[in-house]
Design a protein around this ligand. Structure first.
Ligand code: ZN
Length: 402
């Protein structure tokens, strides 16, 4: 803990005090803690606990570019992207600038040209460890880094989706207020700089507090409403330096402070076993989307991705049996069985994030699966059917739809 405190103390950020207060509160542990109370809150498996080190680094065998090489590489990619008509990089002014609008304070839109210039300045200053600016680049795709380490990324046998490598570029003293990690497992390698993070377990208590804070923040855009970190349970603190890879399970609340100019390379993976747990978190995400810029677009994209994943699970892509072998007595553990057993629980939340076309496709997939599964019973509720092909569409829409 002394190492973490000293890393934070070196920062001139006004937000460093938030970290010091939390570190002094005695409620946090380090990432290497073996205290059962902390481990238990994150979950039963060692995979549920954030891990930091070099073992999981996708750069382990390839080496990491220097800060100057990174700068040159990203500038070259930007010039190439511009030639191809790309709109990147997205620069986020931070903290967001607010202005008085109808219904109170609203986030001010900053002119695109100013943001582009700020983004270029930031990338140019990657080798300057004390460069400060009121903003950051949260996600910049990097085909060069992706090509460098694509062979070494985590690739579980039931991989449902994976993102390509993108960079987060943070000026010195950038504070990232309370937010949550995505629905995938996030692997972040620090390429240059230093970042201190506090990560809390995604317990129902923590996520309901975070959801309430998001709800209040979405109404007023007042960042002080996110200052609830002292009320969260079970947090761990860590410092990430050059070469360290941090592996964080889905939905963990977090705050972070870059104590020098920092570049992180990150990607997310979602195994098929995560599909149902993600569906169960949709009510939480419904509080988060309104806090995001283009939140409606993000929700719609999430709905489309959900349909794609669900269709692949229903086609038995991750099972040891084929879709033609599905019988009403299905009991082989796997993502399809989880979905079949819990569809009535999650259907309302799943369908709420989908558009009309996706909803129609979901109904079509289920009716096809239920009709062709062998036996005379409904796969979901085991109800006996006299003539399956004729009765299933009506039964599904009256018993397993919203
Ligand atoms: Zn049924």
């Amino acid at each position: 803990m002394a190492i973490i405190r000293s890393a934070v103390s070196s920062s001139k950020s006004p937000d460093a005090s938030t970290f010091i207060t939390l570190l002094d509160s005695g409620t946090l542990a380090t990432a290497r803690t073996q205290k059962p109370a902390f481990l238990r809150l994150f979950g039963p498996s060692s995979d549920d606990f954030p891990q930091i080190g070099r073992i999981t680094s996708p750069f382990a065998t390839k080496g990491i570019p220097s800060a100057k090489e990174l700068r040159d590489m990203l500038l070259k990619e930007l010039a190439q992207g511009k030639a191809d008509g790309d709109e990147t990089p997205v620069y986020m002014p931070h903290p967001p600038i607010h202005e008085e609008g109808r219904g109170g304070l609203r986030r001010k839109t900053v002119k695109k040209e100013g943001l582009k210039e700020a983004a270029l300045n930031l990338i140019t200053n990657i080798p300057n460890p004390t460069y400060t600016a009121p903003g950051m680049i949260p996600s910049l795709p990097s085909p060069t880094l992706e090509a460098l380490c694509s062979d070494s990324k985590e690739n579980p046998p039931d991989l449902l989706s994976a993102t390509e490598i993108s960079c987060a570029i943070l000026p010195c003293n950038t504070y990232q207020p309370l937010q949550h990690y995505s629905e995938g497992t996030t692997l972040t390698t620090l390429l240059t700089g230093t970042q201190v993070s506090i990560i809390w377990p995604p317990t129902s208590t923590n996520l309901s507090k975070l959801a309430a804070a998001y709800k209040a923040f979405a109404r007023t855009s007042d960042p002080s409403l996110l200052a609830i970190t002292s009320t969260l349970e079970g947090g761990i603190a860590l410092v990430q330096r050059r070469g360290d890879t941090l592996r964080v399970p889905p939905f963990c609340p977090t705050i972070a402070l870059a104590t020098s100019t920092t570049v992180l390379a990150m990607y997310h993976i979602v195994p098929a076993s995560s599909f149902l747990p993600i569906c169960l978190k949709i009510p939480f995400l419904q509080h988060w989307w309104p806090t995001e810029t283009r939140g409606d677009e993000k929700r719609a994209a999430f709905g489309e991705a959900l349909l794609d994943c669900m269709a692949r699970i229903m086609d038995c892509e991750f099972e040891s049996y084929a879709v033609t072998d599905v019988a009403h007595g299905l009991d082989t553990p796997g993502p399809l069985l989880e979905l079949v057993r819990n569809w009535d629980v999650v259907k309302g939340d799943v369908l709420a994030v989908m558009g009309e076309a996706e909803r129609a496709e979901v109904a079509r997939k289920w009716i096809a699966l239920l009709s062709q599964s062998s036996g005379m019973h409904c796969l979901i509720c085991k109800k006996w059917m006299r003539t399956k092909e004729k009765d299933i569409p009506k039964h599904f829409m009256s018993s397993h739809w919203v």
